[in-house]
Design a protein around this ligand. Sequence first.
Ligand code: C2E
Ligand code: CA
Ligand code: CA
Length: 531
Amino acid sequence: MEHKMTEQELIASLDEAIENGHIFVCYQPKVNHTTGRMIGAEALMRWKHPEYGIQYPSDFIPVLEKHDLLYLADIAVFESACRFLRNRLDKGQHCVIISCNMSRHDILHADYINRIEKIREKYDIPVKLLHIEITESSAVGGMELVSGTLQKLHDLGYKVEMDDFGSGYSSLNVLKDLPVDVIKLDMRFFSGNLSGRGGTIINAVVQMAKWLDTPVIAEGVEKVEQADYMKSIGCTYIQGYLYSKPLNAEDFGKKIDEFESEPMMPAIVLEKMDADKFWNPDSLETLIFNNYVGGASIFSYNHGKIELLRVNNKYTKELGMCMSEQEILKCDPWTTMDVENHKIYETTLQKAIKSNDEESCEVWRKLRSKTCGDDLMCIRSFIRLLGKAGDQYLFYEMVQNITGEKRAYNEIALSEKRFYYAGEHNKVFAWEYEIATKKMRPCSRCRRELGLPEILENYPEPMIESHLFPPEIADEYRDWHRQLAEGVPYLEKIFNLTDDRVPFHVRYTNEFDENGKPLKAYASATPVNNE
Ligand code: C2E
Ligand code: CA
Ligand code: CA
């Protein structure tokens, strides 16, 4: 009879389950999608109760964690993996690396590592055949404990894989603080749209992993399109149903015999370079990057192609609120420049490569976003080469938006001659409204022409006070913001704005998170006779 065991039943039968092999291990291959060879496998815990049938990790692991018993099961899994390898070694059969999971709770057991190390010695398994997976979320709250654990494992010669990378927000910070040997990216965290935000994050992670010399394994890959996408951005290691479900020891043994295997390698082997500093949290560079009063970015340059890898908050602000960080990272900088400006910028990169010193330039860029439409701005960049890897260069850039300054000097010539800039004739004011905080961020044009600050608190009150939204529509406009918070998808209406009551078409479009909760609204106001 299949039956989901209760908490009491699980706890009561754990010892017996370990002793009698009701808790056992399945192995899921990790495969190089390019060569079709196996690079290793993950050991996954299974529990088959003689009477109640299969119990699922998602059901019983939280129970064992809660009662602080998971470490016993994990040690049993580690021992099974060692036994499996010993068996094959004795028979002279081929072996692959087996990764065992170490949970956050195991880390809290000070003797956990000693215990598994004793087991490894008992079975006399070469340490290079065993990897340990720790999840990214273990790092949340207690970085010291995790980095101590990592250090201990490294001292003993174990390679460590960071599991479920990308599930937390602190991801990129965790990377620079924990020198793991392999990164596992779970595709299920980026469900569906690889062309959208998910793809951008994955791409950024794979790029950074390359700079860190760390191999990436994409996990939870079910479709060949996902595997092909990962391959196209330089990540060829795959674990998932596409290649194989987790297999019991016998079937997995056959799978090893069937597959050829190969060692795991970083995505690209790099020449030694100076980018390390950027991942060292104490370095001056990181400090500058995070605290620099202005905008800063890190980008790579390869055969004439530029890819933005990282931007700080101020960078987004400097370029105007119209674009989100994801939009900016996704945008090919060359598409924002005309031929002449492209040349100026690229020449500066060449100069920075030669001089190995800071070089600067002023370049006009036309940024396009879904809220503001086009906005033309002049950006002064200070650029410095960070390092070189093969044909790939890594640059650090600080930016200043000097549009206002420039316009005052040189108004007509630049906007009329060099650019087909429709913006001035099609005057759009745009802003973002963050629902949880009631903060409003105006676009660069709003800031320039209406003299607004970068952020308005307690929106829409400041606009009502200033009579931009005049008294007779104040309550209706306030009510719009209530409706947005309740999840209305969009709102639009012609309002007569300012003390002069000029008719504007005002629109709001709400953005929702994965759970359908409203996050942020994008708004615009367009003069009616201009539409
Ligand atoms: P995990 O470490 O992220 O393990 C990968 C999970 O994804 C496994 O689920 C695996 O069967 C599943 N999976 C693999 N490929 C695919 C795919 O293409 N599509 C989908 N939808 N799923 C796929 P499983 O075995 O149910 O394990 C769930 C979680 O339970 C694991 O996630 C891990 O956090 C935990 N777990 C499993 N075994 C152990 C263990 O021995 N020790 C510890 N501490 N935790 C374990
Ligand atoms: Ca895992
Ligand atoms: Ca995982």
